[in-house]
Design a protein around this ligand. Structure first.
Ligand SMILES: [Zn+2]
Length: 328
């Protein structure tokens, strides 16, 4: 009989050799919160609407509820051999500090099994005074300053100021900064470029990580190359969460052909560090991602037509530790 091949076995073996999977981006505090009755929220609403609709699973959730959700997400990841997790946790006027307190308790429970780093999610922005108050509470508690500039861009036209506040806090506390950018798969997005400019302006070179960067691929090649140069100059790294945006809704906008994925086939050859995350697990944002790391990685390789095994093993392991500040 001829030898039979299965790349999954080969890649999983290499991942283990390199210290196990690193899930560099998740929202474990909202994991497993969607159900058949609430699936309509996913069906009928945009992401921007869901930034507030998701309040229903936050406003009455206790520290214990959050702890339970996060523990379940950690168990799902542990079962696959995930050794490091970076998760955003909501800290805002709706859940206040209950989610992060539950998260810190969960981290303590699993401290011998998994290295865990938390960033704060700014779902309500950082401009509105009450939201800003909770951002400042969070900034002192988390390992990494997290952000979502689009929230303040939409509400106040202040996405750029949102980035300034994140970067100033990162500098003040000596913490890395992780920012959701270019999520909407549209050429109107230029957030990765702005984040690079802001990183240099605030003297945070090598300390900033972009999450998603889907919209980079909607721009013409000359613009993309310019962004990659800026990323290199600013030392901005990227986390790709493949399932999270592969459901980009059909529309009639013309743009260069691509799949709705972080363009890792262009980023990696240009020397930009790329890591892998699951993003949302079974929640209002992404109901059908169940935290399966292999599913994420195989979608990324396939959708970007990127069969470079050595590089994808790094994406799934050592690069994850790098973006979380665990190695240089
Ligand atoms: Zn996210």
């Amino acid at each position: 009989m001829k030898t039979q091949w299965h790349f999954k076995d080969l890649i999983l073996k290499e991942i283990k050799k390199n210290g196990g999977w690193v899930n560099a981006h998740a929202h474990a505090d909202r994991a497993f919160t969607i159900n058949p009755e609430t699936l309509d929220i996913y069906r009928k609403h945009s992401l921007e609407e869901k930034w507030d609709l998701v309040d229903v699973v936050k406003k009455d959730a206790s520290v214990t509820d959050y702890y339970d959700r996060i523990c379940k997400a950690i168990e799902v990841l542990l079962a696959q051999g995930v050794t490091v997790l970076g998760s955003f946790i909501d800290v805002d006027p709706v859940c206040e500090d209950r989610a992060i307190r539950g998260a810190i308790k969960a981290r303590e429970r699993y401290k011998n099994d998994m290295t865990i780093r938390f960033a704060n999610q700014t779902l309500k922005g950082v401009i509105e005074p009450e939201a800003r108050k909770w951002f400042d509470v969070a900034a002192a508690m988390v390992d990494i300053i997290g952000g979502l500039p689009r929230r303040d861009e939409r509400d106040y036209g202040k996405g750029s100021e949102h980035m300034d506040i994140l970067l100033e806090s990162g500098k003040k506390y000596g913490k890395m900064v992780h920012v959701h950018v270019d999520q909407f798969n549209t050429p109107e997005d230029t957030e990765t470029e702005l984040l690079c400019d802001k990183t240099i302006e605030h003297g945070m070179i090598g300390r900033v990580v972009a999450i998603h960067g889907i919209s980079i691929a909607t721009h013409p090649k000359a613009y993309r190359e310019m962004v990659y140069k800026k990323m290199k100059k600013a030392g901005v790294m990227m986390i790709s969460c493949p399932i999270a945006w592969i459901d980009s809704p059909r529309n009639e906008t013309s743009m260069p052909f691509h799949n709705a994925l972080t363009p890792i086939d262009e980023l990696v050859p240009r020397g930009i560090t790329v890591a892998l995350g699951t993003d949302n697990i079974c929640d209002y944002m992404v109901p059908f991602c169940d935290g399966d790391m292999w599913q994420e990685l195989s979608l990324l390789m396939t959708g970007c037509r990127y069969p470079e095994i050595d590089e994808v093993v790094k994406i799934a392991t050592i690069n994850g530790r790098k973006v979380l500040g665990l190695t240089e």
